[in-house]
Design a protein around this ligand. Structure first.
Ligand code: NAP
Length: 237
């Protein structure tokens, strides 16, 4: 079982957790397609030697549609989709430490939810036929502990981020309950030393990505609708 080769798409594979997962999965011999905003600039991903690099901006429906068509021209089935690309309010020009419910700009909440929650939903929709043709197909939606009601309440800095990840969690469970052919799982990757996580974070990228890959490769339809940590344990909703 551990030896079978998967056909995998990872979004946001240019840097951070997505790049590291791509590196690990490529080194294990899987067929990895990296989906990135700027293929020419994705030199670290290029060096990792993926089966392909596809253009994808998850904030742009035309880009998502073209991505789905390109992937369908590249492979006739997909076993794993990792919806990893995501942003914080910093990426929309705000200070994420000062975006609580009394401070945040409505438009940032809407735009971040459009990108972090509806982006993965539409990316999944664009390749659902390929997933349904896959072997033990899995969609891993990279959420966050901040999308949990419990942790979100305890870390109330950035409404837009927490709401967007809570929305992605809801989309994950609704996808699970409405499509029984594909396993849909929400993930908290840990607090990780990336551009987003900052140097203050607890985990090294390699440790997070390595654990996520192990957990991901063990997921089956039985896991559909779960919210897991990097190590595969249940995260509270
Ligand atoms: N790091 C943490 O502590 C932490 C904790 C909880 C959850 N997460 C989640 O884990 C995921 C990966 O985070 P990370 O820490 O690796 O972040 P990162 O280092 O900031 O990388 C973000 C990735 O997402 C891509 N991206 C951003 N907007 C995009 C768009 N519109 N279309 C396509 N790609 C886009 C970026 O591409 P470009 O290179 O083109 O900008 C980049 O590859 C995110 O969903 C994040 O919310 C991270």
């Amino acid at each position: 079982m551990g030896m079978d080769k998967k056909r995998i798409v990872i979004t946001g594979a240019s840097r951070g957790i997505g790049l590291e997962m791509a590196r690990i999965l490529i080194s294990q011999g899987h067929t990895v397609y990296g989906a990135v905003r700027n293929p020419e600039g994705a030199t670290d991903l290029q060096e990792a030697g993926p089966a392909g690099i596809l253009q994808l901006d998850i904030s742009d429906q035309d880009s998502i549609t073209a991505f789905g068509e390109n992937l369908a021209n590249t492979t006739n089935a997909l076993d794993i989709l990792v919806n990893n690309a995501g942003i914080t309010s910093n990426d929309l020009g705000a200070d994420r430490r000062q975006c609580n419910p009394w401070q945040v700009d409505n438009e940032i909440v809407l735009e971040e939810t459009r990108i972090n929650a509806l982006g993965p939903m539409m990316v999944t929709r664009s390749v659902i036929g390929l997933l349904e043709a896959g072997d033990n197909p899995v969609v891993l939606n990279t959420s966050s502990q901040l999308g949990s009601m419990i942790i979100g309440a305890a870390m109330p800095f950035d409404v837009a981020y927490n709401v967007s990840k809570a929305a992605l969690n809801m989309i994950t469970v609704m996808s699970a309950s409405t499509n029984k052919n594909v396993s849909f799982v929400a993930l908290h990757p840990g607090w990780v030393k990336t551009d987003m996580g900052t140097d203050a974070a607890e985990m090294e990228v390699a440790d997070s990505a390595g654990a996520i890959v192990n957990s991901l490769l063990a997921l089956t339809i039985e896991d559909s609708g779960r919210f897991i940590r990097w190590d595969g344990t249940d995260h509270p909703w």
